[in-house]
Write a protein that binds this ligand. Structure first.
Ligand SMILES: Nc1ncnc2c1ncn2[C@@H]1O[C@H](COP(=O)(O)OP(=O)(O)OP(=O)(O)O)[C@@H](O)[C@H]1O
Ligand SMILES: [Mg+2]
Length: 136
């Protein structure tokens, strides 16, 4: 498995509008890639297709394979991806408590979704970081 990203004939819509049209892309392990284009051309949409935040339209010719797999538990996939973005991950983030926001770092999630299990060691590490930040 040498490709970490394999997109074949991907079509992605945002609202009513088709933004990615029949896009095919392979990114090999260790390869560096810059995605350039004018505002609104679909760069963020492409990234969201790779991180499985957005799914392509269902077409027989379409394939999305990330790190060798077509299906992922998103909590597992997020642990293997580093995404830095100016976008807020979701409206829910605005109403989260500071303590819970720190805990979401263990899951790369926007809030503590009900399927996420916070363990005792996680709470201990959270206390450590909260105390440290309190001193800053
Ligand atoms: N949540 C949304 N709902 C509907 N349309 C959207 C949504 N987000 C983006 N779009 C539209 O999809 C198209 C592609 O947007 P996208 O954010 O992927 O572009 P971009 O290349 O990342 O732009 P920028 O350079 O401004 O970051 C644009 O026409 C945009 O208006
Ligand atoms: Mg963008």
């Amino acid at each position: 498995m040498d490709s970490i990203v394999e997109l074949d004939h991907v079509h992605v819509a945002r609202g009513e509008r088709l933004v990615l049209h029949d896009l095919s892309l392979q990114i090999a392990r260790g390869e560096h890639l810059a995605i350039l284009g004018p505002n609104g051309c679909g760069k963020s949409t492409l990234l969201k297709a790779i991180t499985c935040e957005l799914y392509p339209l269902v077409r027989p010719e379409t394939k999305v394979r990330i790190m060798g797999r077509e299906r992922w538990d998103l909590t597992q996939l997020k642990r293997r991806m580093g995404v830095v973005s100016a976008e807020l991950p979701g409206k829910q983030t605005l109403s989260i408590t500071g303590f819970d926001a720190i805990l979401t770092g263990f899951f790369s999630s926007s809030i503590l979704w009900p399927n996420l299990t916070v363990t005792h060691p996680m709470r201990e590490r959270k206390r450590f970081w909260s105390r440290l930040m309190d001193k800053v």
